[in-house]
Design a protein around this ligand. Structure first.
Ligand SMILES: [Ca+2]
Length: 64
């Protein structure tokens, strides 16, 4: 993660990869990332702040 206090789609992909492990395709991971950003991005900047990331984690319990 870089230092801008936001999680971009690429960074979210890295985090998701760590969370779900290797038994998921890049395509699936990408669609999960798109979906979680869409659902969790509250201010519309297409990046996830920490507060939004907390929401992402809750969503992931449903998505995965
Ligand atoms: Ca945002």
């Amino acid at each position: 993660l870089d230092k801008d206090d936001k999680i971009s789609r690429d960074e979210l992909l890295q985090v998701l990869r760590m969370m779900v492990g290797v038994n998921i395709s890049d395509e699936q991971l990408g669609s999960i990332a798109d979906r979680t950003i869409q659902e969790a991005d509250q201010d519309g900047d297409s990046a996830i702040s920490f507060a939004e990331f907390v929401k992402v984690c809750k969503l992931l319990l449903i998505v995965i």
